[in-house]
Design a protein around this ligand. Structure first.
Ligand code: LLP
Length: 439
């Protein structure tokens, strides 16, 4: 069992988180249920912030695509982090949460004109410009609004991070950013510098997600710093900021070997520090954008076990009341998770069972071959490390309402996301009059 944050097994033999018995959570809020450990979240923010600030001028942005929610944004704000948003929706949530706009960085490879105007008017700290089309569009929007905007340029450094194909982003053949190798990046910098409405504060890159090798971060940092040198040589311009993205890996399953945030900080800060000296350029403020490593380990999902099907000599399936709708990662990436029976946490695991979701497709499996004690209908299954990219990527497939999310801390449990109702599911359905003749 891999317990993080405030998770423990209490004297009743139940899984407890934030000082709250998960059996009580299920009684009070039902299942499926996303549970976030507030202390765990805060500790994760602090560890990363402290690791980087110990080594120099830095800013940690929470990559809010991981888990975007008013209460989560409020916690992140209280911990003194900035915010990476990637859409009008995330920006709207940040505005409503009262997040300081100067600490908001707006990403995205195809921001709409409406999103750009919204960001300029909200006064976001930086817009991270992804491509030439956006550079022009943003410039035009700023001129129209007679505003100047601080920006970063997203550069594709050509670094292959060792992670799942769908979540690596720094390689040359990528939809993101200005490519470094073919001169596009330098042309982008020159175009940005030529604009009077845009102030180029720095550069950005992001090489992928769920990365364990610190060498990948060193490599990207080194390439990006070399490019700072190239820009200085070619234009005389020096940057205030270098943003090297997120991607710090976490523990889901045996074989995952997460590093200490201090290792990440050293890999980035020391690499950039040594390079700037060598190149005779100014040390920029270092920015990082962790998402998974903040929200992931702080979340668990609780389900109720239901039907059981045994295929003699092959496999035993236990179905739970959620699945790919609340956690699409196993179906999408083949991601592996660990689970316990929360109401039998001290019972000896002795049989292999596979945990199925309740959606109408065979691929809706949460865990293959989990080693668990005897699972009976009504037992509570707790899946670990579901705080990142679960709610964020959830759906209403099969018209399943999304679960509620609870924030637990020091023995209290607060609702931070309401469970969807059937009424919510049809809220945006419209029936034209001709399909509903009055008779
Ligand atoms: N910055 C940028 C520009 C990003 O694109 C991302 C993630 C992050 C920061 C945060 O990366 P993190 O620290 O969370 O690894 N849905 C996938 C992950 C996609 C990551 C997208 N970008 C998953 O469930 O594994």
């Amino acid at each position: 069992m891999h317990l993080t944050g405030t998770m423990k097994i209490n004297p009743q033999g139940h899984l407890e988180v934030g000082g709250v018995d998960t059996v009580d959570l299920v009684r009070d809020f039902g299942t499926p249920l996303w549970v976030m450990d507030e202390q765990g979240l805060r500790q994760n923010c602090r560890k990363i912030k402290e690791a980087f600030s110990a080594l120099g001028d830095s800013l940690v942005l929470y990559a809010s695509k991981t888990l975007s929610n008013l209460s989560v944004y409020r916690i992140v704000k209280e911990e003194g982090l900035g915010l990476d948003v990637v859409s009008g929706g995330e920006l709207y949530t940040a505005i409503k949460a009262g997040f300081p706009m100067e600490k908001v960085y707006f990403h995205g490879n195809n921001k709409s004109r409406e999103e750009i105007i919204m960001a300029i008017e909200a006064g976001v700290g930086r817009i991270v410009v992804d491509n030439f089309y956006e550079l022009q569009l943003l410039n035009a929007c700023c001129e129209e609004k007679t505003k100047t905007q601080n920006i970063l340029l997203r550069i594709t450094p050509g670094v292959e991070a060792h992670t799942h194909e769908y979540i690596k982003t720094g390689q040359i053949d990528s939809k993101f950013g200005f490519t470094l190798g073919d001169g596009q990046a330098l042309d982008g910098v020159k175009a940005a510098l030529a604009s009077s409405a845009l102030k180029l504060a720095g550069l950005h890159c992001h090489i992928g997600s769920q990365i364990f090798e610190m060498e990948s971060f060193e490599h990207a940092s080194s390439i990006m710093t070399d490019f700072l040198g190239t820009v200085k040589e070619s234009t005389g311009h020096e940057f205030d900021e270098l943003d090297v993205g997120g991607g710090f890996g976490i523990y889901y399953f045996p074989g995952d070997e997460p590093r200490d945030p201090a290792d990440w900080a050293r890999a980035v800060m020391n690499t950039v520090g040594a390079k700037v000296q060598e190149l005779g350029i100014r040390m920029p403020r270092i920015i990082v954008e962790p998402g998974r490593s903040i929200a992931g380990p702080a979340g668990i999902t609780l389900y109720t076990a239901g039907s059981c099907k045994e295929v003699k000599g092959i496999r035993k399936y236990i179905a739970v009341d959620g699945g790919m709708t609340d956690n699409p990662r196993p179906a999408l990436y083949g991601s592996k998770y660990l689970a316990v029976i929360a109401n039998k946490a001290l019972h000896k695991p002795f049989e292999k069972v596979s945990i199925a979701g309740k959606c109408c497709e065979s691929g809706d499996m949460l865990i293959w071959d989990a080693l668990l004690p005897e699972v009976e209908a009504g037992d509570i299954l707790a899946v670990f490390a579901t705080g990142a990219y679960n709610y964020a990527m959830s759906s209403n497939y099969n018209r399943l309402p999304r679960p509620a999310m609870i924030l637990v801390n020091k023995g209290s449990a607060d609702l931070i996301l309401k469970r969807e109702s059937y009424e919510d599911l049809i809220r945006n359905d419209v029936m034209p009059d001709r399909l509903n003749p009055a008779d």
